[in-house]
Write a protein that binds this ligand. Structure first.
Ligand code: ZN
Length: 263
């Protein structure tokens, strides 16, 4: 599932392929992924316009149009972007196709259709309406501490809660907790202040490393848990077999040796 680093990479891809080109027409192949707009309205707002720049917030990618609207892409479980030349065969599972005047086309590809597409003329209002928390790379330490100190739930649940912190999901919360040696079910209010600071610092370094590697199509360091998050995967530190546990309906991977339960 695309989380903050993957969406950041999609933004770079969008910038590289799809800015400053006149949109000739838009094909909405699966209108059910449209959230706050219908297909005709989306076509009307996009056709004849150009995308000027993109911004990422949490797991959302905002693409600004020269009529001051923003197209907002949320990639759900399996969403991604594919740019191609119209003369070539397009990708499968293209839910929305944006055809440019220059013979290129950008497809919003999403096999499982959990992605969402919105349009807004006010990015801040959209973020407020969706009750999105602070972006995980923009939040400062003081705010981060305040956000966590009010929470009683499992730390993994809190990190994944988009209303608290936007951008971190199942995979990267596993990584952050692995690198801070915290069991995913640890009650957030049981964590001491220095542990919260650890989480904050590791979160930033994990997300930045992942952004760097995603954009360069390189895999993550072997010392991360993510490359070992597979059946029979072993901890890169202790060589102990990783365990899985359900937290908020998601499967967490953790090392029972390095991430002891606190309770
Ligand atoms: Zn270990």
């Amino acid at each position: 599932m695309p989380e903050l680093p993957e969406v950041e990479a999609f933004g770079k891809y969008f910038d590289k392929t799809s800015l400053n080109k006149k949109i000739e027409n838009v094909e909405v192949k699966n209108p059910e992924i449209l959230q706050n707009i219908d297909a005709d309205d989306l076509k009307e707002k996009l056709e004849g316009q150009k995308f000027q720049f993109t911004k990422r917030y949490g797991k959302n990618l905002f693409a600004h149009l020269n009529n001051d609207f923003w197209l907002i892409l949320h990639f759900g479980m399996t969403g991604k972007l594919k740019y191609f030349q119209k003369k070539d065969e397009g990708p499968s599972y293209d839910r929305i196709l944006i055809n440019f005047e220059d013979n290129g086309a950008l497809a919003f590809v999403d096999p499982r259709k959990f992605g969402k597409v919105n349009l807004t003329d006010n990015m801040e209002n959209f973020i407020k309406e969706k009750k999105l928390g602070h972006d995980a790379l923009e939040v400062d330490l003081k705010t981060f501490k305040e956000l966590l100190e009010k929470r009683k739930g499992a730390i993994k649940t809190v990190l994944m809660n988009q209303h608290v912190l936007a951008g971190v999901g199942n995979i990267y919360s596993d990584e952050i907790l692995f690198q801070t040696c915290i069991h995913p079910k640890t009650g957030t209010n049981k964590l001491k202040e220095d542990k919260i600071e650890d989480i904050f610092n590791i979160m930033e370094s994990v997300l930045k490393t992942a952004i760097d590697r995603n954009i360069k199509h390189r895999s993550l360091p072997n010392s991360f848990i993510i490359p070992h998050r597979v059946k029979n995967g072993r901890c890169p530190n202790s060589d102990v077999k990783l365990k899985t546990i359900k937290v908020s309906g998601r499967t967490a991977y953790y090392c029972p040796e390095c991430q002891k339960e606190l309770f």
